[in-house]
Design a protein around this ligand. Structure first.
Ligand SMILES: C[S@@+](CC[C@H](N)C(=O)[O-])C[C@H]1O[C@@H](n2cnc3c(N)ncnc32)[C@H](O)[C@@H]1O
Length: 227
């Protein structure tokens, strides 16, 4: 089965033989790929909306994987019990939805060995939440699909954690990576920040000066981070 680069990157972060829970599975492409490729013997897939739930069920049945992919209905981690899975995946959702999922099931969230997150937007907000709630970011990757960058965060729950602003804004691991895709992602972010600053210069907003100051500070953090 062929899946898109974003899901391939997520699959590559899952240790072979892990018990995985895919939260918000939608079409169930990731669980089907994990089983087909022999990465996972069994996967739990969850979904909160009836439409995607039925789509997942149809696809699982089409591949004949009913005994290997267990589809459960419900929000976030709620359909799971502690220690049932080693790895949880939450992908293709906004950061705020991901934070809500952590907030509604704090105990289960902290029970996984590893959680793999692929937020669609507000990555800095998500990193801030994770770092202030003692989730260590143990790896960060980026891929580009159809002209858009996607970050993938691998995290684990730890006792205590120290971090700096650059970790929140540009990632504790990612900003040190020098592979071509990460370098082009950092350049893209630098260009984007400069564009925001330029557009604020022509803005009639009463707080534009303050915002320019804030974005320039962010740009300095980025330049320092990727030096
Ligand atoms: C855009 S799809 C992403 C599907 C897949 N995870 C991927 O990365 O391609 C987001 C899915 O998450 C589901 N979803 C949203 N909030 C959820 C929640 N709290 N619990 C479970 N599923 C949720 C939606 O119904 C939708 O099917």
């Amino acid at each position: 089965m062929r899946i898109k680069k974003r899901l391939q990157l997520i699959a590559s972060k899952i240790p072979k033989g892990s018990k995985v829970a895919d939260i918000g599975t939608d079409h169930a492409y990731l669980p089907i790929y994990l089983v087909t490729e022999g990465i996972c013997p069994k996967v739990i897939a969850t979904e909160v909306l009836p439409g995607p739930y039925l789509k997942a069920k149809e696809n699982i049945e089409r591949f004949g994987f009913m005994d290997r992919i267990e589809l459960r209905y419900g929000s976030g981690f709620k359909p799971l019990t502690s220690k049932e899975s080693d790895v949880a995946v939450i992908s293709g959702m906004g950061a705020m939805t991901i934070i809500d999922i952590f907030e509604e099931s704090k105990q289960i969230a902290s029970s996984f060995q590893t959680i793999i997150l692929q937020p669609m937007k507000n990555v800095a907000e998500l990193r801030k939440y994770l770092l202030t709630h003692c989730y260590k970011i143990i790896d960060e990757d980026v891929c580009k699909e159809d002209g858009k960058f996607y970050e993938v965060l691998t995290i684990k729950s730890v006792g205590t954690l120290a971090f700096v602003e650059a970790d929140v804004l540009f990632g504790p691991i990612l900003r040190h990576k020098k592979d071509p895709i990460t370098v082009s992602y950092m350049k893209y972010q630098e260009k984007h920040l400069k564009m925001i600053i330029e557009s604020l210069k022509d803005s009639r907003r009463t707080d534009s000066k303050q915002m320019i100051f804030e974005y320039k500070k962010r740009l300095d953090v980025l330049k320092e981070a990727i030096k």
